[in-house]
Structure formats: structure tokens, C-alpha cells
Design a protein around this ligand. Structure first.
Ligand SMILES: NC(=O)c1ccc[n+]([C@@H]2O[C@H](COP(=O)([O-])OP(=O)(O)OC[C@H]3O[C@@H](n4cnc5c(N)ncnc54)[C@H](OP(=O)(O)O)[C@@H]3O)[C@@H](O)[C@H]2O)c1
Length: 248
């Protein structure tokens, strides 16, 4: 297991246990809306290496990634990331499932997907193997036949017209008791959250490499919407930094 230490604000005495990590990240409150977003980026701001995030990630990033899933009510992911990263069913491991039930959470988080086109395969493991019925957020303009096909395997919820209005999506999640919202991207969905002003927290792993080239940033979209963030903690694992920023 990769060693992670806290270097700021209070340097920790030794390497973090999973319980330490859970404590340091577990500030979301049941029943209230809190939208956390998690990304890994290269030093020069690339969100992908050869088209995927895997080449930027390391064991420390995976550890925090898993802890963030452990803590949330719902994992929200854009359909592009689901397709490109090859997501399967949303299922945390036994240790996380145990921690969740001991801390009043459902054993497994709900998986919520965001898609305008509903270009999602209802027979894929995302739906077929899901331990909890997934939610698909879409717009009113989505094709009726695709919607019907997905309704057999998921709750399909309309929030907005062409695109999903993330404010309405968050209201719907809170109404379902899923206020601890954890978004794993991707850049278009994060861009929509920033544009809608619905980001409370960014967990950003800074991967010690330079990518160059034309890789995406961690946000995408046409609307600039600056949002001030303040640093909450800095963790380190060898040359990798795990940064946590909260909305000002
Ligand atoms: N570095 C990291 O931590 C990280 C994390 C995640 C992803 N990535 C990378 O990012 C790349 C994918 O980028 P991306 O921007 O395409 O990802 P994305 O935001 O997950 O996918 C875009 C798609 O998601 C749906 N979507 C997003 N926001 C929407 C909204 N407001 N309303 C309706 N639909 C919405 C649409 O799906 P439909 O096309 O189905 O309508 C859209 O085409 C991949 O290469 C992936 O590896 C990196």
C-alpha cells in the first residue's frame, strides 16, 4: 500500500491509515447537498495521458479515489467518461462496504450517470450488475426510445432541456437522500458544475509528470465562470500531491 502523509495544515506524525484518510475527507453531512469533485492532472494541467486518466494516476491516487467512494451517497459520472474509461457496476470493496454500514450509509453508493443523448447500453454491466438501481440524468430532448430502454434498468430523471441542469440534478439527489455527492468527472460534466456554481469541493491529485500535447484540461465547456477556492489540506506520497480545495 502506498504511503500517504499529511504535510499541511498540520503535518501528521506518520503515514495515514485508511481511517485517517476517511476522517480528513469526511466533512459532508447526511441530508445536505455537498458536491465533491475528484480529478487527477499532470503538472502542466492535462487530464489525460493517451486519452485516459490511468496514465496519470498512481497507487496513492487510487487509495484516495477509493476512500472518496467510501464516503459518498452517490457517485456521479458523465457518460463520456463512463464510455471511455469502461466503467462497470458501481461497487465498493468489502472493507468500504463494512465502513459504510458502520457509519450509517448504504453498503453501496448509488451510481448516477449524466447523458444528453442517452447513448448508454442498458445491457452493460453498469446496469446489469448494479448492486443499487442506477440513476440516469438527462434532458427533456433525449430520444424517447433510448429513454424507454434505460427505464427498464435505471431511474431516468429529466433535469433541463438539451443538457442536464446540475442545480436541478442536485436538488433531485438531495430529495432522494443522496446529498453526499461525489463526482468523478469528466471535464464536460465538471465544466457544467462550475458554470452552474454547484461545486463545493475539488480533490485534485497532482501527478508528477509533464504531458505537453493537446490533452484536455479537467474542465471543458464554453462558459467561463470563475469560482474562488481555498486550500483545505495537502497530502503527499513521494512526488505526488493530493490537494483538497473547498469553495470560498
Ligand atoms: N483526469 C481525470 O481525473 C479524469 C476524470 C474523468 C475523465 N477523464 C477523461 O476525460 C475524458 C472525457 O472527457 P469528457 O469531457 O467527454 O467527459 P464527460 O463529461 O464525462 O463526458 C461528456 C459527456 O457526458 C455527458 N454530459 C456531461 N455533462 C452533461 C450535461 N450537463 N448534460 C448532459 N450530458 C452531459 C454527455 O453525454 P452524451 O454524449 O451521452 O450525451 C457528454 O457528451 C476521457 O478521456 C477521460 O479519460 C479524466
Amino acid at each position: 500500500m502506498s504511503e500517504i502523509t499529511r504535510v499541511w495544515p498540520t503535518p501528521a506524525a506518520g503515514p495515514a491509515t485508511d481511517d485517517d484518510l476517511a476522517d480528513w475527507y469526511d466533512e459532508q453531512t447526511a441530508g445536505e447537498a455537498w458536491t465533491r469533485v475528484n480529478f487527477v492532472a499532470s503538472l502542466d494541467g492535462a487530464a489525460t495521458h493517451q486519452g485516459r486518466s490511468a496514465g496519470l494516476s498512481d497507487d496513492a491516487d487510487h487509495r484516495v479515489f477509493d476512500i472518496l467512494r467510501r464516503l459518498c451517497d452517490v457517485v456521479v459520472v458523465g457518460a463520456g467518461t463512463v464510455r471511455i474509461e469502461g466503467y462497470g457496476a458501481m461497487r465498493v470493496d468489502a472493507a468500504s462496504a463494512r465502513w459504510r454500514t458502520e457509519h450509517g450509509r448504504h453498503a453501496q453508493p448509488t451510481f448516477a450517470l449524466v447523458s444528453a443523448t442517452l447513448n448508454l447500453d442498458p445491457e452493460s454491466p453498469v446496469f446489469a450488475d448494479a448492486p443499487v438501481r442506477p440513476i440516469v440524468f438527462t434532458g427533456a430532448a433525449a430520444a424517447a426510445d433510448r429513454r424507454r430502454a434505460l427505464e427498464a434498468v435505471a431511474d431516468v430523471v429529466t433535469c433541463g432541456d438539451a443538457l442536464v441542469d446540475t442545480r436541478a440534478m442536485i436538488t433531485e439527489l438531495v430529495a432522494r437522500g443522496l446529498g453526499r455527492i461525489h463526482c468523478e468527472g469528466g471535464p464536460h460534466l465538471f465544466g457544467a458544475l462550475v458554470a452552474d456554481g454547484t461545486v463545493d469541493e475539488l480533490c485534485l491529485t497532482l501527478s508528477p509528470q509533464l504531458e505537453g500535447g493537446t490533452a484536455k484540461r479537467i474542465t471543458d465547456g464554453s462558459q467561463a465562470a470563475p469560482l474562488g477556492m481555498r486550500l483545505a489540506h495537502v497530502l503527499a506520497s513521494a512526488d505526488t500531491l493530493l490537494l483538497r480545495y473547498l469553495r470560498e
